[in-house]
Design a protein around this ligand. Structure first.
Ligand code: COA
Length: 152
């Protein structure tokens, strides 16, 4: 049984382990912890039978929401957890009056791009050679809430 909850300090060990498993340039413990500041961040965990199976973190600036990380542990993938995290992120954004939520994704990360498109994100631009290890372009994808570009 999966549920989406606000991330807590005592979940950081599990979140950090998933971060290291999923990314070639993982965020440090301190960077992950900084997202626990709920005034300027939205930090969510997906629990599976009480254990952390995935998470999503974002920083808010005025009415803009910048998603920093989203990951699901390999053995829990394709069960709808990332989609549930993004739906809850959207609900939280709307509650806080955000105009959009946006992120960068590796151009070759087909699973993530399919996820974002399913959740209503639009391709809004490219940052050339944004990533390294390996070098790759970033696609900027944005989910608008209040503009003409809105897609429900
Ligand atoms: N291939 C194609 N589409 C995929 C996919 C895959 N491997 N994984 C997810 N999707 C798309 C599908 O549209 C899927 O809907 P469907 O199951 O109805 O077809 C939708 O995303 C939702 O999938 P979900 O089960 O919620 O995704 P997930 O929990 O498996 O997590 C990621 C998806 C991308 C977060 C996960 O693969 C992951 O952690 N990857 C490594 C970290 C990463 O790349 N994060 C994104 C950085 S920008």
């Amino acid at each position: 049984m999966a549920e989406i909850v606000p991330a807590r300090e005592d979940m950081l060990d599990e979140i950090e382990a998933i971060e290291r498993l999923c990314f070639s340039q993982p965020w440090t413990r301190g960077a992950l912890r900084s997202q626990l500041d709920a005034e300027s961040h939205i930090f969510l965990a997906a629990l599976h039978d009480g254990a952390v199976a995935g998470y999503a973190g974002a920083q808010t600036v005025l009415d803009e929401c910048y998603i920093s990380n989203i990951a699901v542990a390999p053995r829990f993938r394709r069960q709808g957890l990332a989609e549930a995290l993004l739906r809850e992120m959207e609900r939280e954004c709307r509650g806080r009056g955000m105009a959009f939520m946006t992120l960068e994704v590796r151009a070759g990360n087909a699973p993530a791009i399919a996820l974002y498109e399913k959740c209503g994100f639009l391709r809004c631009g490219v940052r050339a050679a944004y990533y390294f290890d390996p070098r790759e372009d970033a696609v900027i994808m944005t989910r608008f809430f209040n503009s003409q570009a809105k897609k429900d």
